[in-house]
Every structure is written in structure tokens, then in C-alpha cells.
Design a protein around this ligand. Structure first.
Ligand code: SF4
Length: 407
């Protein structure tokens, strides 16, 4: 009898297949899309279009510590060091088309949604211009009000319908609304299981080492609308639930002494280093603001709900929401501290970080530190600085514990 695979094994296999299938499709002359990470992939999945994600791909190159050569190439072509490093890696990959991570085929059109930042518009416009291919753009306004307002929902829904017409023109195929309903259902279900699994980290000790959230994130980006993605997250949830019932913590060889949240993207080139420093100090990163961005849930066949969901990710929400979101996470996950990654690439996530930190500390009293880094540019991170900040955090968390929760 074939042994049941673990979710980790499945994760690796699915990601390999994701890129292999895209290369195969390209070789067969099928259409390939490049998409931003939180775009309405349901439309592409419905049309059976193979889609790959430059942010995912750049992160994989970064995690293999090969980003620098791509960054050098882009900067040599005149792209500024101040541009997001995902863009610099990807724009170079477009020229080089060979990397240490899995390769991905060049696109036949671009699918771009600015609910994560406006950098992606210029980045993707450049791709479309250089390759002379169409670009489908979703303009999702930043939510200056606390909630997503009805006008925005209407505006976004109109763009979904327009994109369907554009896709029909590009592929010369009819859009199948029955299949769309099915994909919507799968996508929402997958998001729910992703969230359910990550919420198991509320247990003390947490069965989840939060760096796994970063590892599994690649799949919630690229397989949200597929049955394989749905099965993966159910399996991951069940594995974590079983660990939790048995009272098993994040590590076989260490106790969870402190529970922290990580704000922002991981430092992919230093994933192991940043993890080891925490583990050495008994710090478990139980949750993060970032992975919640793929909790995109709405009712089947509800385009208004889908429009609202795609506009609801935390980077597209105002400062009050950003602070409240973390305050709730602190309580929900019984946190001892927060690590804020001041990510040089990601201006939108960073520029309000100090004010969010100030408000969260005032509301919860828990200590936090900010360190400098970048998600893929290895030059922007210093391990020594990171270690010093983590040491300071440990001292503050320890003092607070000794004082019965008061600093
Ligand atoms: S890392 Fe930040 S700047 Fe770069 S694409 Fe993502 S959201 Fe935009």
C-alpha cells in the first residue's frame, strides 16, 4: 500500500509540478500569464490558463541565495536600487531566463492587481512593453476609510467583468460561468483551510513554527483555485490539529518560551539565519501579518463579495485598520512580543510601521523591535543587527514576564 504523503512532501511536489506544467504548456503553444500575488486568479483558472507569479519566483530565487546576480543585471540596465527587489530580480530573469530555482516560461499577457502596491503597475507595464504583450490591470483603490466602501466594490466588480471580456478576446474562448462558480467555491474553501490551519498556532505551545507559514505561502498564492491546493491545506490543518491535541510544540528539541508575531515579508536569502536566531532564544514566531493577505473569502457566485475580498488585504487598508489588526492578533495569539521587518523594498508596508508600532505598544504593552532588511536583496540585511535587536526583545519580554505582564 502506498504510504500517505505528508503535507510538506506534497507542498514540494505541487510547486515543482506548477512550474513544470507551465513550461510544458508554453512548449505546446498555450497561453501563459504572469500575475501579481493577490490578483483574481479565479478568472484565469476558469479559462484554464497557466499562470505563474513573479513574486513567488523571485522569492524562490532569493531563498536559494541567487538573487544578487539578477539584481546586478537589473541595476546594470538602469533600474534603481530603490525599486522593489522582487521587480529587480524578475526584470533580470526576463532577460536571463535561467535560474537556480525552477524556471518559468515567459508570459503571453500580464495580469496585474495593485491591491498590494502601485510599484507593480510600473513593473508590469515594463514587462508588457518589453515583450509587446497585453496587460490586464485591476485598479483597486486604497481604502482610506476603515472598511471597503460600496463605490469601490462597484468599481472593482466592473473591472472583473471587463477583464472577462479581455480574456475572451486574448484566448478566443468563451468564459464558462458554471466553471467560474466552481472555481470561486474552491478558492474560498482553500482560503478558509489556510486560515484554519494558521489559527491552530493560538494553542500554547503552538504546533506550528511560523516559518512554515512562509514556506506554505507559495502554494496559497499559486494554487488557491485548485483542488490540489485545497487538499494540501486540509492535510496541513489535520497534521497540525493532531500535534496540538497531543500537546506537541513547534520543535522536537526545544521549548516555546516566547511567542511573537513577524510583521512583513520574510528575508528570503536569510530565512534559515533569521529562524535559527529565534529558535536559539526559544522564540516561536507563531503568526505574521503577511500570510493573512490570502484569506480571500466570499460566497459562491458573489462578484460583489469577491470584489470586497480582493480589496480587504491589510496593506490596502488604512492606518487605523493596520494597528487594530495587530492589536487583535496580539490578544488572539497570546503574544509576548513583535518583530517588525523594515523591508527596504516595500515602501507601502514600511512607511506607517513606526506609527503602528507606537499604537500597538500603547494598546497592548507588549515589547517590539524593528530590524532593517529586504525580502530578496541580500545587501540590506545585517545578521549582527538582527541578533542585537532579538537580544533586546528577549530582555524586554523577560522583564515583562517577571513583572507579571507590566513593563
Ligand atoms: S514587496 Fe512590496 S513593493 Fe514589492 S511587489 Fe510586494 S507589495 Fe509591492
Amino acid at each position: 500500500m502506498e504510504e500517505q504523503k505528508t503535507s510538506k512532501q506534497l507542498l514540494g511536489e505541487l510547486l515543482d509540478k506548477h512550474y513544470a506544467d507551465a513550461l510544458q504548456a508554453k512548449a505546446e503553444g498555450k497561453k501563459i500569464a504572469w500575475s501579481t500575488s493577490i490578483a483574481p486568479q479565479e478568472l484565469l483558472e476558469t479559462m484554464g490558463i497557466h499562470v505563474v507569479y513573479p513574486e513567488n519566483h523571485a522569492a524562490a530565487i532569493g531563498a536559494r541565495k541567487h538573487a544578487q546576480q539578477f539584481i546586478n543585471h537589473s541595476e546594470g540596465n538602469g533600474y534603481s536600487v530603490d525599486i522593489c527587489s522582487y521587480a529587480r530580480v524578475n526584470l533580470a530573469y526576463m532577460d536571463i531566463q535561467e535560474c537556480e530555482a525552477a524556471n518559468m516560461p515567459l508570459p503571453d499577457f500580464i495580469f496585474c492587481c495593485n491591491n498590494i502596491c502601485n510599484t507593480v503597475i510600473k513593473w508590469y507595464e515594463n514587462i508588457a512593453k518589453e515583450l509587446n504583450i497585453p496587460m490586464i490591470l485591476f485598479d483597486l483603490p486604497f481604502n482610506h476609510q476603515y472598511e471597503v466602501n460600496d463605490q469601490n466594490v462597484k468599481y472593482i466588480k466592473g473591472q472583473f467583468l471587463h477583464a472577462i471580456a479581455q480574456l475572451e478576446e486574448i484566448t478566443e474562448q468563451r468564459f464558462d460561468y458554471d466553471r467560474f462558480r466552481e472555481v470561486m467555491k474552491i478558492s474560498s474553501e482553500t482560503s478558509k483551510w489556510w486560515k484554519k490551519a494558521s489559527l491552530l498556532a493560538r494553542a500554547k505551545p503552538s504546533p506550528l513554527n511560523g516559518f512554515d507559514l512562509f514556506n506554505y505561502m507559495a502554494t496559497i498564492v499559486c494554487m488557491r483555485g485548485t483542488r490540489e491546493g485545497l487538499e494540501l491545506f486540509k492535510l496541513w490543518h489535520d497534521e497540525l490539529a493532531e500535534k496540538s491535541e497531543k500537546g506537541i510544540g513547534p520543535w522536537k528539541d526545544g521549548e516555546e518560551k516566547y511567542r511573537v508575531m513577524w510583521d512583513g515579508i520574510a528575508c528570503w536569502p536569510y530565512l534559515a539565519d533569521t529562524y535559527k536566531v529565534l529558535k536559539k532564544n526559544g522564540i516561536n514566531m507563531v503568526t505574521s501579518t503577511y500570510p493573512d493577505s490570502w484569506y480571500i473569502v466570499y460566497e459562491e457566485n458573489d462578484l460583489d463579495g469577491m470584489a470586497r475580498a480582493y480589496s480587504s488585504n491589510y496593506v490596502n487598508r488604512n492606518l487605523d485598520f493596520g494597528a487594530d489588526n495587530i492589536i487583535n492578533i496580539v490578544k488572539d495569539f497570546s503574544l509576548d512580543g513583535i518583530i517588525y521587518h523594515s523591508n527596504r523594498s516595500c515602501k507601502l508596508m514600511d512607511f506607517r510601521q513606526f506609527e503602528v508600532q507606537r499604537r500597538v505598544e500603547a494598546a497592548t504593552g507588549i515589547p517590539s523591535v524593528i530590524f532593517d532588511g529586504d525580502q530578496t536583496d541580500p545587501r540590506a540585511f545585517s545578521l549582527a543587527q538582527y541578533e542585537t535587536r532579538i537580544q533586546a526583545l528577549v530582555e524586554m519580554m523577560e522583564a515583562r514576564k517577571k513583572n507579571g505582564g507590566i513593563r
